[in-house]
Design a protein around this ligand. Structure first.
Ligand SMILES: Cc1cc2nc3c(=O)[nH]c(=O)nc-3n(C[C@H](O)[C@H](O)[C@H](O)COP(=O)(O)O)c2cc1C
Length: 310
């Protein structure tokens, strides 16, 4: 069984990947999406989203814990997607993931993300072009939702993904219109899995071990992807794979402190305050202490104040 750490734009950056893969026993990370429009992006863009590529020749595009990191691209133009994919693989990414699930309005206006689920032929052309542009042994994966407004094309889209030569498919078991509203329709993943022969990774609403067991049972998938759950329970991958205990708050606090050190001494990122508050909001889902800490720091605007509270 594999547990994949989900891509989460604006949340799950390389620092969080680093910390979560140290405690979570995750098998693979996918980066936040990198938008491709009408150019081949410079190296620095790929390095910004995926600093793990910088020493990829030494560490093989992995987190410090040794977990492989795969770059995710989002776009609609098959040629530019292919050229960028080839470049990312040259830079050392452990495969390419293609985003066909993003619900964002700006993204969809440019015809990237989930809007492509209305057009299985476009999906097919993008994946086929990407597959042809990268070495034969490069894993090309796609991430889809069940559809845009409805689920009528769910199977056709999955079949297009397979026919184009993708090596694996992640299914976030909701339509674009369903957003992030529970439930995730895991039984639809089972329908998709029956219709294709490549490995399918089930995603959506896996918050704990019970959800993971149920999702595997209903979807028939061995492999799972977890997003918000991994921010709520940092060692969720380990909990799912080894039935380990959920890590105690004292260990979570150590991770939060390490994140703070990274952010405030590393590159003085201005995002730190928002990120840490956002993370605490997820942690509140399991840890009462996170709720209390959030209450204490929510008005703080500087990293120094937040650090002092830790
Ligand atoms: C804040 C946020 C950002 C996300 N960014 C991405 C992204 O960049 N690429 C992507 O494929 N999915 C993205 N997703 C979707 C997640 O990867 C995942 O499919 C979704 O959250 C459902 O899984 P979960 O219930 O385990 O969180 C994002 C989700 C959230 C909440």
């Amino acid at each position: 069984m594999r547990v994949v750490l989900a891509p989460m734009e604006g949340v799950l950056d390389h620092r969080m990947r680093d910390l979560l893969t140290q405690v979570g026993s995750y098998d693979l990370c996918v980066t936040e999406f990198i938008r491709v429009v009408d150019q081949v992006l410079p190296d620095r863009v790929f390095h910004r989203y995926c600093p793990e590529l910088i020493d990829a020749d030494v560490y093989g595009s992995s987190t410090k814990a040794g977990t492989p990191v795969r770059v995710q691209l989002l776009g609609q133009d098959p040629d530019y997607m292919a050229e960028n994919a080839a470049k990312v693989v040259e830079l050392g990414s452990q495969g390419i993931d293609l985003n066909f699930g993003c619900p964002s309005k700006t993204v969809n206006k440019n015809r990237g993300g989930s809007i492509l689920l209305k057009d299985p032929e476009n999906l097919y052309q993008i994946i086929k072009a990407v597959k042809a542009a990268v070495p034969a042994d490069t894993v090309v994966s796609a991430k889809i939702r069940l559809g845009y407004e409805d689920k009528l094309l769910a199977i056709e889209n999955a079949q297009a993904v397979e026919a184009a030569g993708a090596n694996e498919l992640t299914v976030h078991a909701r339509t674009k219109v369903e957003g992030y509203k529970p439930p995730a329709h895991w039984h639809w993943i089972a329908k998709i899995k029956h219709a294709i022969n490549i490995p399918v990774i089930a995603n959506g609403e896996i918050w704990n071990l019970e959800d993971a067991i149920k999702c595997r049972e209903v979807s028939g998938c061995r492999d799972l992807m977890v997003g918000r759950g991994a921010l709520t329970i940092p060692n969720l991958g380990q909990v799912i794979k080894q039935e380990s205990h959920i890590m105690p708050w004292s260990e979570v606090l150590a991770i939060l402190s390490a994140y703070t050190e990274f952010e405030t001494h590393g590159d003085k990122s201005k995002y730190y305050c928002n990120r840490i508050k956002q993370w605490l909001k997820y942690l509140k889902g399991h840890y009462q202490e996170a709720d209390e800490l959030f209450g204490e720091i929510r008005r703080f605007k500087s990293a120094e104040e937040i650090k002092a509270a830790f």
